[in-house]
Ligand binder design. Structure first.
Ligand code: NAD
Ligand code: ZN
Ligand code: ZN
Length: 385
């Protein structure tokens, strides 16, 4: 079969690889119909999350069940399913607590409680390096889906792939960012990063009763997208006045909720790059620092942008002085996916308007180049098999 294979940083190609087979009685094989490229894929693509061996990438995918193991009860061949990005057993300590990204059973090789070393990562993820289980991903014609009764959700035929595909990741991730903030309604929500995840967070903030939504980015075309499809006010971070803009909108106090939807691949100045080298750090946390600066005292900073390293100059004193609550981590997609699917069905929410590029899987490498380089107005790439 054909699949997008990561070989080394910035070197991916669509290759012929072995089709997956059932390895366990609880597995299913899914024939992919649509898949997407996520900002998280870029961390692997750009080498910030290391991967030595070739690996099929991709963790946003949906398709048709081709085959099921003997113990799979909820799915049958022919079912149309979307598949959340985290591989979760459904019954361990963390799965029972709605924390599927921390499943104790899906990453036997590298799982552990520390979380800061190579031998101690979270649960397994599709197509997301050997550190997260080494599972082949969904940017492929076929995928093996472990614990097939737990993650996959059946989708009715009257909803198109594009309407529901982002329920596998970016939509529940955006929702998680606002959910962590415990919004009651009436809040000003500032979203740092107007990529696909930031835009989903903005859409969800409105649905959770936000009074104002402010988007921050450095790419004008992405700010425009946030205005157009998420009704956000926007400010360009390059203006140097993003926090003043947010404070001015909130009586000088700062936003009730700030969401970091950028993560470690924030744009860096040459000086920051030198500082990174001196400190032996990878990437940057300037987006997080802006969120801490722009949030009001007693507010919430929700971090869904991915970070992979310890960083010096963490603003601990500022967080203490302001009494900020910070939430981090992978989105518990399994927890929110059914409610969000309902919202899409009811027409309360749409996510497909973020798509700017539709390519055949055969052109996946070009898709990475466009998305990573922010070329040709690219916000979100969907690959069709
Ligand atoms: P993306 O790369 O398209 O979006 C990032 C956006 O941040 C871009 O629009 C970029 O222009 C902007 N940006 C860069 N530097 C900035 C700065 N200094 N200030 C403001 N904006 C800046 O990716 P995405 O798909 O939207 O994903 C965003 C982040 O969310 C990534 O880190 C991704 O790994 C992460 N993510 C996390 C989860 C989760 O479960 N927590 C799930 C999906 C994605
Ligand atoms: Zn993702
Ligand atoms: Zn589990």
């Amino acid at each position: 079969m054909k699949a997008l294979v990561f070989h080394s940083p910035k070197h991916v190609s669509v290759d012929t690889v072995d089709a997956p087979v059932l390895l366990r009685t609880t597995d299913a094989i899914v024939r992919v119909t649509s898949t997407a490229i996520c900002g998280s894929d870029l961390h692997v693509y750009n080498g910030l999350i290391p991967q030595e061996k070739p690996l099929v990438l991709g963790h946003e995918f949906m398709g048709i069940v081709e085959e099921v193991g003997s113990e799979v009860k909820r799915l049958r061949p022919g079912d149309r399913v979307l598949v959340p990005f985290a591989i979760a057993c459904g019954s361990c300590f963390f799965c029972e607590r709605d924390l599927p990204g921390h499943c104790e059973r899906s990453n036997p090789g590298h799982y552990g409680p520390e979380g800061n070393v190579i031998s101690s990562k979270g649960g397994g993820l599709f197509g997301y390096t050997d550190l997260y289980g080494g599972y082949a991903g969904g940017q492929a014609e076929m995928v093996r889906v472990p614990f097939a009764d737990v993650g996959p959700r059946k989708v009715d035929d009257d909803l198109t792939d594009e309407q529901v595909l982002f329920l596998t990741d970016i939509l529940p991730t955006g929702y998680t960012a606002v959910d962590w903030a415990g919004m009651q309604g009436g809040e000003t929500v500032a979203v740092i990063g107007c990529g696909p995840v930031g835009i989903m967070a903005m859409k969800c903030a409105w649905l959770r009763g936000a009074a104002r939504v402010i988007g921050v980015d450095r790419e004008e075309y992405r700010l425009e997208k946030a205005r157009e499809i998420a009704s956000a006010e926007t400010v360009n971070v390059e203006s140097g006045v993003a926090q003043e803009f947010i404070r001015a909108a909130t009586g000088g106090r700062g936003a009730d909720v700030c969401i970091d939807a950028v993560g470690m691949e924030a744009h860096r100045t040459p000086l920051e790059k030198i500082s990174n080298m001196v400190h032996g750090q990878i990437g940057s946390f300037v987006a997080f620092k802006l969120a801490v600066s722009a949030v009001r005292r007693g507010g919430v900073v929700s971090v869904v942008g991915v970070y992979g390293m310890p960083y010096d100059n963490f603003p601990l004193g500022q967080l203490f002085d302001k009494g900020v609550t910070v939430r981090f981590g992978q989105a518990p997609v399994h927890k929110h996916v059914d409610k969000l699917l309902g919202w899409i069905r009811e027409g309360k929410l749409r996510a497909d308007d973020v798509i700017t590029h539709r390519l055949p899987l055969a052109e996946a490498a070009r898709g990475y180049d466009l998305f990573n380089g922010k070329k040709d107005g690219c916000v979100k790439v969907v690959l069709k098999t």
